[in-house]
Write a protein that binds this ligand. Structure first.
Ligand code: MBD
Ligand code: FE
Length: 280
């Protein structure tokens, strides 16, 4: 795999901020609940400061770094890498269907609608890669096909870049909203993404490097599977045996989300994956 030294590396993180700011989010959190969460947050930070005897030099560097994360637009990247997996975990305990995983910073609403059997929009460079066919069925918990379901997919290209966030890629490259057929079936032809590297030229990457950690996520597809009256699932699928599977910087892999593709007679990588949706 080649890691291209793109001038847009940190730009990906800040484009995620522009995208996120476009939407307006609210929550019905009560003042009491807000106070309890804020109190425990400060209690946790207070413990860290006392346990480690945090120095004034360290405190000032922290302040400077936090400012840079904001100015560099990397809050979506940083938060989704280091915190979202816990939010996903505590919010998925009551569901029995397909396991979820974090959404990450690179989802874009409004992807092109595609039929049940389709090829994702891709460039000639992408077409030159080995085709990858992800196919399967969407059902409810009882195994009944959900003919009205959609499988939305977005993923990085063979160099680890996401369309909409890396300016050298055309809009909607390797993104689509797939309507399943009446039996709940879908078959998506795409390519295998590369592992994702947190941009090393921004504050998130600098912190990772300064701590001696690595900036990699294993290669993954992102998916959002929905159907009328069902709880939509946001998840990711990974490739068994791939790099960083057991050491994801974003802590977002699960054993149930591994793909083990086989090569077909046309030389394509093919794998079946069924999605199971809980009731709303
Ligand atoms: C990604 O591609 C991603 O999926 C997550 C969760 C964080 C950063 C980049
Ligand atoms: Fe991703």
């Amino acid at each position: 795999m080649t890691v291209i030294d793109s001038p847009t590396a940190a730009g990906s993180g800040s484009a995620a901020t522009d995208q996120f700011k476009g939407a307006r989010f609210t929550s019905d959190t009560s003042p009491e609940r807000l106070a309890a969460i804020a109190t425990d947050t400060f209690r946790g930070l207070s413990k860290v400061i006392h346990d480690h005897g945090v120095t004034y030099d360290e405190y000032r560097v922290l302040k400077q770094w936090l400012i840079e994360v904001g100015e560099g637009g990397e809050w979506p990247l940083f938060l989704d890498v280091f915190l979202e997996h816990d939010v996903e975990e505590v919010n998925s305990t009551k569901f029995e269907g397909t396991k979820g995983s974090i959404e990450g910073p690179y989802y874009l609403p409004g992807a092109p609608r595609l039929p049940a059997t389709c090829t994702l929009p891709m460039r000639p460079e992408d077409t030159a890669e080995t085709p990858f066919v992800l196919h399967g069925r969407v059902t409810d918990l009882a195994g009944t096909p959900l003919g009205g379901a959609t499988v939305e997919i977005w993923h990085a290209d063979a160099e680890g870049y996401y369309s909409g966030f890396a300016p050298h890629l055309p809009d909607w490259n390797l993104r689509g909203l797939v309507a399943v057929d009446e039996d709940g079936r879908y078959s998506i032809t795409t390519i295998r993404p590369a592992p994702y590297q947190i941009p090393t030229d921004g504050p998130t990457g600098e912190m990772i490097e300064a701590a001696g950690w690595h900036p990699w996520r294993p290669a993954h597809f992102h998916l959002r599977v929905s159907a009328p009256g069902k709880h939509p699932i946001v998840t990711q699928l990974y490739f068994q045996g791939g790099d960083w599977i057991d050491d994801d910087v974003a802590t977002a892999t699960k054993p149930e989300l591994m793909l083990d593709p086989a090569t077909d007679e046309q030389g394509r990588d093919v794998v079946e994956y069924h999605f199971v949706l809980d009731p709303e």
